[in-house]
Design a protein around this ligand. Structure first.
Ligand code: NFS
Ligand code: SF4
Length: 638
């Protein structure tokens, strides 16, 4: 097995010499990992258990009689509910911030993109012309409905409603499909809470019903999580446009105060970026040349997309900026924050500053609320500046860094395309899909997983797809991986894209004053997977072909979080064939019903299906086969 090919060797050696334990070490100590955890055949939903499925000994039920299919499906539903709850809570923070702005309680924030806010209000049914605060008030009210409506479409009288954000974002065809399946969510909190309820002992024991509810939770995640968060973040901070920046640890600067923003919520990282600029002088007073903000994980992608802030690492390498010895502070908010960060930081001068729900013993906690955003952000940046003097002597900043172009919101993609066809920007893309110059579009998203031991699964798979003229869009940690590999530079088109894809990307690039467009488009953080749906819907509507019939696919080639799973389930509900690696915990041998539904039957239910491929080659193969099959069905050139 390859050993962490993407990790800087010299930093690993430095950590070893300095007796710093990293994720890679802890991973090896966990081997071998529990087979029941891996295959999903374990239940601890009550304390008669834990119960395990041991099929080869004929143990195919838990003590209460729950079958392996029930156990696997319940576990899946619980994981997805947890994943969706993260995105929903994130979105809620943003809605409440807009609410605080309306009530004059968030002086540090403003409505930056008024046009987008008005467009959302219009989609919600009220094309307000009046004062922007009124528009905001209306949008907040409609958003909060998605957390409190109690009566759904299937209420006794047949009345009732479902998520506003689903209504205004999903295509009509999808809404009809989900209505028939009776999986339209009533409100986000209600559905997440119900998912917990139905999976407790002695409740739903029908794997089919449990899987349908899992799809419903996917919709909760997609609309009350991802879309809601992205929509309102764009309103507050602006829609991303093309930016040039750099990725990898080489973006740290020895003579500067280095501050990493890590986590997911741009409400915080935006403020840190702002205050880092304002407090440059303070940095100079302590002998630094200035302040260098760097991104880690998704909040890093948010500020990369909107401000071109360089992106240092994805999750697997998130301990490494500390090991350089040159990181003054790592400011974290929520999700994907390894508790180990404080252990690593305690070997150096780095301060881990927690601000929201991810609290870590030993770290500095500076509570961050939108009401006190400026005060808290100032304090955080000063904490970092004052820590500059405590740097040790042993500093190693790797030289490696790679340029990238980011900022591919759908608005930006359309504006880039409009240079080729002003009246009908989508036409050049559609024409090239139809004539086969672009074989299809694949969204490669999600996490890196230490289980892969640095195999560069995603990079290898993406390169095969590109060679076959597939256009790739990426978000989250995988976007960082792709950028680090150089796949988000225009040069990558020359090197990795197939002949016809290369021609298309060069033509688009030339029209925009670039040598060409990179073959992998950075569309943002994980909540920005919503942008990918907008792109797909735009294409589906234009072609008048429902999503499941399009030559597209998705892949989470190195997933690990519950969030990635629930996003993937949303993609399956959307009717997109979605590849997962590692294989999700549904492999316990007697859970045949769940496996068959997800990998086969689902295609005739939502149109999506779970694709499996545990090597980059196999993954690319199943994805390409799927795309070619769809092209054939549509009668498109092969
Ligand atoms: Ni997405 Fe972002 Fe990374 Fe995975 Fe974690 S940072 S929300 S969950 S690990 S991509
Ligand atoms: Fe075992 Fe059933 Fe309890 Fe699960 S709910 S631990 S299968 S007895």
């Amino acid at each position: 097995m390859p050993k962490n090919t993407f990790v800087n060797k010299r930093l690993l050696e430095k950590a070893k010499k300095e007796n710093v334990e990293l994720i890679f070490d802890r991973f090896e100590k966990q081997q071998p990992q529990c087979p029941w955890g891996l295959d999903g055949g374990c239940c601890k939903n009550c304390f008669q258990g834990p119960c395990r499925i041991i099929s080869n000994k004929g143990v195919v039920k838990g003590i209460c009689g729950a079958t392996s299919d029930v156990i696997v499906a319940r576990n899946l539903l619980r994981m997805c509910a947890a994943g969706a709850s993260s995105h929903v809570d994130h979105a809620r923070e943003v809605v409440l911030t807009l609410d605080a702005i309306v009530h004059g309680k968030a002086p540090g924030y403003r409505i930056k993109d008024k046009a987008k806010l008005r467009a959302i209000a219009k989609a919600l049914g009220k094309p307000y012309k009046g004062p922007i605060k009124k528009v905001a008030e209306f949008v907040v009210k409609e958003a909060l409905e998605d957390f409190r409506r109690q009566h759904g479409v299937f209420h006794i009288k047949g009345e009732g409603e479902y998520l506003n954000w689903l209504k205004i974002n999903a295509t009509k065809e999808r809404q009809e499909t989900w209505k028939k399946l009776r999986i339209l969510p009533i409100n986000a909190d209600l559905e997440i809470s119900r998912a917990q309820h139905v999976t407790t002992i002695g409740n739903d024991a029908d794997p089919v019903s449990l899987l349908l509810q899992t799809l419903k939770i996917g919709l909760v995640d997609g609309y009350a999580g991802l879309h809601l968060a992205t929509n309102l973040q764009d309103v507050l901070f602006g829609v991303p446009t093309l930016v040039k920046s750099e990725v990898n640890l080489g973006v740290m600067k020895e003579d500067y105060v280095n501050i990493a923003v890590h986590g997911h919520v741009p409400l915080l990282s935006e403020k840190i970026v702002e205050w880092a600029k304002k407090l440059e002088k303070e940095a100079k007073k302590v002998g630094a040349k200035g302040i260098n903000v760097i991104g880690v994980c998704c909040t890093g992608h948010e500020v990369l997309m909107r401000h071109g802030i360089p992106h240092a690492t994805h999750i697997i390498e998130s301990e490494l900026p500390i090991v350089t010895g040159a990181l003054e502070a790592m400011v974290v908010d929520t999700q994907c924050i390894y508790p180990s960060l404080q252990d690593v930081a305690s070997c150096y001068h780095t301060k881990i500053i927690t601000t929201m729900i991810a609290k870590i013993p030993g770290a500095v906690h500076i509570p961050f609320k939108v009401e006190n955003a400026d005060k808290a952000a100032r304090q955080i940046v000063l904490e970092a500046v004052n820590n500059f003097k405590n740097r040790g002597k042993n500093i190693l900043i790797p030289k490696e860094k790679t340029e990238l172009i980011a900022g591919f919101s759908v608005e930006t993609i359309l504006s880039v395309l409009s240079k080729l066809n002003k009246k009908d920007p989508l036409k050049p893309l559609i024409d090239n899909i139809i004539n086969g110059n672009i074989l299809g579009i694949v969204a490669v998203v999600g996490c890196r997983n230490v289980k892969l031991r640095g195999e560069k699964f995603a990079e290898k798979m993406i390169k095969i797809l590109l060679k076959n003229n597939v256009l790739v869009v990426a978000t989250g940690c995988i976007a960082h991986a792709a950028a680090q590999e150089g796949l988000m530079r225009p040069e990558a088109t020359e090197r990795f894209a197939g002949k016809t894809l290369k021609a298309v990307l060069t033509a688009i690039g030339k029209a925009n004053g670039l040598p060409c467009i990179p073959p992998v488009l950075h569309m943002g953080s994980c909540v920005d997977n919503s942008r990918i749906e907008v792109l797909i819907n735009t294409i589906a509507n234009k072609l008048k072909v429902p999503i499941p019939k399009l030559p597209i696919a998705a892949s989470a080639p190195e997933w690990m979080t519950e969030k990635a799973l629930s996003i993937g389930i949303w993609a399956l509900a959307l009717g997109i064939a979605t590849h997962f690696n590692p294989i999700p915990p549904i492999t316990t041998s007697s859970a045949e019903v769940v496996r068959k539904i997800l990998t086969q039957d689902l295609e005739s239910i939502t149109g999506g299906k779970l694709l499996l491929g545990t090597t980059p080659e196999d993954a690319a193969k199943v994805i390409l086969e799927h795309i070619k099959k769809r092209r054939k069905e549509l009668g498109l050139k092969q």
